[in-house]
Structures are given as C-alpha cells and as structure tokens.
Design a protein around this ligand. Structure first.
Ligand code: GTP
Ligand code: MG
Length: 453
C-alpha cells in the first residue's frame, strides 16, 4: 500500500499545523524532510516519541518543528506513522506537505487514515462513522452520543442481537440434522420469544435513528404567534445578535429566518416566521403560508403571546392549529401591564414560560423550559443508536428477516426455511457493523470525511 500524507489540522492560520504521514515508507519520508536537532536519524526514534528539528523541502529549510513517530501497529492507522508539527500558516503548512509528497508520499484521500485503521482492524465501520460524527458534532449532547458510539456502543448492541440469532440458527441446524428429535411446543414458543425480543431490540434501535438525526442536525423549532408579539425579538435573544428585523410595525417578518442555537443543551434549528393573520398584502400572505408549512414540519413549537394585549381572534386560531403538537407557550412582554388571560393559556398548554424577550435574563428561563420540553430520557441515545441511512437500511432489512422468521416459527414452517431467514438477518446485521460490506459502501462512508482524518 502507498504511503499517504495530508494536512491533519483545519485549513487557516493557527498556532501550529500537523502534517500526517502513514504507510510503510512513513519514516523514510520523514527522514528526508525532517532533520532532528540532535543529529540522530529518524529511524532511531522509538514509537510515541517526539523530537525537535528542522523541516526541509526543495533543498531549503522551510521551518523548525517537532516530529512525532509511531511504529506499526501502535498507531491510529496501524501502520508506521510520522506527524510533523510546523508553524500554523497556510503557506508554510502547504510547503511542508509538498516536501512530504516530493519525498515519496502520495496525497491522502478523504478519511484515508481512518480507512486504513478500519482495514487494520483498529476500528469497526460503525466506529469509523462515529469518528466523522465526532468531528462534525455541533452540540454537547450529540458529541456525548458519538463518543459512546466510538466506544463501540452500537457495535455491542448489534453483537448481542447477532449472538442470540446465531444460537437459534445453531439449534435449528441441529434439529435439521437430527429430525427424529422433533420440536416440542415449549421449544417453539421459546424460539419465537427470543426472536420477538431481537425484533424489539432492533425496533428500538430503528426508532433511535430519528433521535440521532434530530440531535445531529438540530431539532426543528418554529416560532409562531400573531404579528408584533415579539417573535423576532425572541429569535434575536436566542441567537445572541440582531438576526431578525424588529419593528413595532405588524407584519415585519415575512420570509423565514433560520438559525442554529443551543438551548437546554440541545442543538435547535430555530425558524422565526411571519405573524399569523389574514392579510390583503400578497407578500405577507406568502410569508403566512410559509409559516404554516414550517409549523407543520416543526418538532417543537415556541408559541408566543403578548402579555400586554387580550387574546384576539388570531390567538385562538393559532391555539387550534397547535393541538397535538409539542408546544412551549411563551408569554412575552412581561414588563408591560397584563391584559392577557394567562389562566386560559395555562389551561391550553402543558408548559408556559413568562418572559420579556428584550431582557437577556429571560434566556435562563427559556433554557430551563426548553430542557424540560426536550425530553432528555427520550433523547438519551448514548447507549448506541443508528447514526446514518446506511445503518438504518441494514437494520430495517434485518428486522424484516427476523419478523419473517418469527412468523415462520409460529406458523410451523419447515425448519430449513426458518434457518435461511435467520441467515438473512445475520447477513444484514453484519452489513450494519461493516463486517460484510462492499468497497463501494466503504468508499461512500469515507466521502463524508475530511482529508487528513
Ligand atoms: N416592552 C416590550 N417590548 C417588546 C418585547 N419584545 C418585543 N417587544 C417589542 O415589540 C415590537 C414587535 O417585536 P417583533 O419582535 O418585531 O415582533 P414579531 O412578533 O416578530 O412581529 P412580526 O414580525 O410583525 O410578526 C417591537 O417594537 C419590540 O421592540 C418585550 O419583551 N417587552
Ligand atoms: Mg418578526
């Protein structure tokens, strides 16, 4: 296999940059590019040791830096690896990379270091996918789940299910080999019970997919209410800057203004929408239609009401629209004299938060209310979850095969047919963990990675 090199740190100016080299000739490449200050050869360096020295390329000294050496198999990739740390300028970093390429390395593809770690058995495919998730995490909550995944949370869950199915398949093949023994009703119900248990465990995992997506991409939240209640002021409070235009003119916001914020420890994709009302203004009407569409898709709604005005027709229309939805009722403009029927709103919504959106101290209240709304138990997927469409598809196929096997056992179908269904489910579970995937799928997974990881 070729020796690869890439810049492992983010592009841009920084304190330091790291150029990573991995492969059979990693130390040879490093020896050509890096001259230790102690005059020793790079080949003399022990694994996990660093040394200070000069970095050379094109016959010139490029920079001073540090070389870190890992000997196979004790490295991330399982191969000999060298990491050169230089000063963190874009130009100098690229020059050092070029020197490594001129010294015999080839440019690494996206995620190629992790791909090699996978090939060396250092990681499972689900763990490699977790590496990409960790890199792309935008909230503490998702980071925690991705870290557990890297620790093998999903892999362990799938292995447990596979073990149960494998035991059942072994029993079945024994019965096929010794048909005289026959299957009694106790054995049938025990087999069906174990299959039902596996099906349930997979079903729960399949449900975890949506939660994982929501945590990764953010829970979709719509801020709705009649015009002028302070939706955009609330949006700006949550974002921490003047993201939406605020005026005292009704119908200020038309287009949807969207932003990611962390509230209650969770990433939320918040949309500030046009105020709900009937209007002759064609532009505002388009805004209202957009708001309604967004409201339909929202996983969580912040419904805003104005403390200084009595409930009006638009408020009642909105309350009707919100039935059955996950809603945090926000009573805004608490600093103004109360004219709003708060008791009525409390009777309509499970959770009410009273704030002044133009007062920053309201943020704490909203944080606590949102944390309670965003049911943390339901969102706790740190014990393993399906992280992407590839994993979901494999789990779905395995679930289907188990379902069929369960039905076949209960229906008294021929044992060899049940055996085939169990084999099918095992096949798809192995696909999920990556023991049984094609090169194309692996390539697809690593496309999501950055070069240098
Ligand atoms: N006193 C007081 N005024 C507020 C508060 N929140 C918002 N306002 C004012 O209410 C007016 C309307 O605020 P916006 O945030 O633009 O209201 P909106 O709901 O986005 O309105 P539309 O975009 O027209 O639907 C502005 O003059 C804000 O300054 C608050 O908590 N207290
Ligand atoms: Mg607005």
């Amino acid at each position: 296999m070729s020796t690869i090199a890439a810049i492992a740190t983010a592009p841009g100016t920084g304190g330091i940059s790291v150029i990573r080299i991995s492969g059979e000739k990693a130390l040879e490449v490093a020896e050509r590019v890096f001259k230790p200050a102690n005059k020793k050869s790079v080949f003399e360096m022990k694994g996990y040791t660093a040394c200070y020295g000069g970095i050379y390329g094109g016959g010139n000294k490029l920079d001073d830096g540090i070389l870190l050496v890992f000997h196979a198999p004790h490295s991330y990739t399982g191969e000999d690896t060298a990491e050169i740390t230089c000063h963190g300028g874009m130009l100098i970093t690229r020059r050092v990379l070029r020197a490594c390429l001129e010294a015999g390395a080839v440019m690494a593809g996206p995620g190629e270091f992790t791909k090699r770690a996978l090939a060396a058995g250092k990681l499972t495919l689900t763990q490699a996918e977790a590496v990409a998730d960790i890199i792309n995490s935008k909230s503490d909550q998702f980071l925690k789940c991705a870290a557990a995944q890297l620790d093998g949370a999903l892999y362990k869950k799938i292995e447990e299910i596979k073990k149960t199915i494998m035991d059942l398949a072994v029993q079945i093949s024994a019965w096929i080999d010794y048909p005289d023994e026959g299957l009694d009703s106790f054995e049938i119900s025990s087999q069906a019970g174990q299959l039902a248990d596996c099906r349930l465990r997979l079903h729960l995992l399949l449900e975890s997919y949506d939660v994982g997506q929501a945590l990764r991409d953010g829970i979709s939240v719509a801020i709705v209410g009649k015009p002028n209640v302070g939706k955009s002021t609330l949006m700006n409070l949550l974002v921490g800057c003047e993201r939406s235009i605020v005026t005292d003119i009704e119908g200020t916001t038309r287009d949807i203004v969207e932003e990611n914020v962390i509230l209650g420890g969770t990433l939320l994709r918040i949309a500030d929408c046009a105020g709900i009302r009937e209007t002759d203004n064609p532009v505002e009407r388009i805004g209202v239609v957009k708001m309604e569409r967004r409201l339909e898709q929202a996983q969580l709604v912040f419904a805003v009401f104005d403390n200084s005005r009595p409930l009006e027709k638009e408020d009642y229309v909105l309350i009707e629209k919100l039935r059955g939805k996950n809603v945090l009722c926000i009573i805004n403009k608490l600093d103004l004299e109360n004219r709003l029927d708060m008791a009525y709103l409390a009777s309509q919504f499970g959770r009410v938060s009273e704030i002044s959106a133009n007062d920053r101290s309201s943020l704490k209240k909203l944080d606590i209310a949102a944390a309670k709304m965003i049911n943390p138990e339901k969102l706790d997927i740190s014990s393993g979850f399906l992280a992407n469409e590839r994993q979901r598809e494999a789990a779905r196929k395995a679930e289907k095969a188990i379902e069929e096997a369960e039905r076949a056992v209960l229906g008294g179908a021929a044992l060899d047919a049940v055996g085939v269904m169990l084999e099918t489910s095992l096949y798809h579970l192995a696909e999920l963990t990556g023991e049984n995937v094609s090169e194309e799928i692996i390539d697809e997974v690593f496309k999501r990675f950055c070069v240098g990881k």
